[in-house]
Write a protein that binds this ligand. Structure first.
Ligand code: PTJ
Length: 249
């Protein structure tokens, strides 16, 4: 690949693109993942390619919600595995969450390649391969979950998917944290905590908040207050307003 100089105005965006491209070459990311990335980039451009103060509040609320959970699970698809494998492992460690591979375009080869990729980045246990549970009301491959993973979770992080799984998980009584650059996506609209930010910035920032809350021994009451104070409607509205205004420097 052509070397991307640090002072290139689109350096971060080009590096992210390259990681997705590499994901396809490694058999981790689907070809549709390239299109999904392009869609995300367009929103990110209009959001100023930075974590807005509103997204940062959502990321802090997500950290508190994960620390409060009995059984948090982070769902990983082909785009997530290509973009933030090590960062997902770090978030799982910081919050005591499980990692579970869940794919729209599910094949045994991709499931295995993603699980191996996560292990290469330090994951000890990767769920999703047993697929001995089902999300009721879904008739596609995303319905397949591990009974002792997403099937048993009370809080699930659902990144980069615009679809019906978020609704179905909510109907199962699970609390959802969605990461999606499009505030109008169905997943973001359904989430208890919608994070409207690029996953490459969002995951490390949720981890940073979780570590900070844990290190200073934040009480359950404090964590519950952070979650209660979070306003999902306001988060969605603020992101949509920024995108529609499109005030680029
Ligand atoms: O790996 P698989 O088989 O499970 O397939 C994964 C994709 C992403 C291909 C599949 O879930 C899909 O087609 O997703 P959609 O419907 O294109 O939705 C992806 C959402 O993620 C869109 O709303 C994008 O705006 C958003 N998105 C894309 N890239 C990023 C992003 N959000 C945050 N950070 C990104 N880097």
């Amino acid at each position: 690949m052509t070397e991307i100089p640090d002072d290139h105005p689109r350096a971060q965006s080009l590096r992210t693109r390259h990681r997705i491209e590499e994901g396809v070459e490694l058999g981790i990311t689907s070809k549709q993942g390239l299109i999904a990335q392009g869609r995300g980039e367009a929103y990110d451009y209009l959001l100023g390619e930075e974590t807005t103060p509103s997204a940062d509040r959502a990321e802090r609320a997500a950290a508190a919600q994960l620390l409060l959970a009995d059984h948090p699970v982070l769902s990983v698809n082909g785009n997530v595995a290509a973009l933030v494998p090590g960062e997902m492992v770090a978030l799982a460690e910081a919050t005591g969450a499980d990692l579970e591979v869940n794919l729209f375009n599910r094949t045994d080869e991709r499931m295995q390649a993603i699980a191996d990729h996560l292990r290469d980045h330090g994951a000890e246990d990767v769920k999703g391969l047993a697929a001995d549970g089902r999300i009721p009301g879904l008739d596609h491959e995303r319905a397949k979950v591990d009974a002792d993973g997403i099937g048993d979770a009370d809080v699930v992080v659902v990144p980069l998917e615009d679809g019906d799984r978020a609704e179905a998980l909510a109907e199962m009584g699970k609390t959802e944290i969605v990461i999606d650059l499009n505030p109008m996506s169905r997943s973001a609209q359904t989430a208890a905590i919608p994070i409207i930010d690029n996953i490459v910035r969002a995951i490390p920032n949720v981890t940073k908040h979780a570590e900070e809350l844990r290190e200073r021994g934040a009480s359950r009451d404090e964590l519950e207050a952070i979650v209660a104070d979070f306003d999902r409607e306001e988060a969605l509205r603020a992101a949509e307003e920024t995108i529609r205004q499109g005030e680029l420097d």
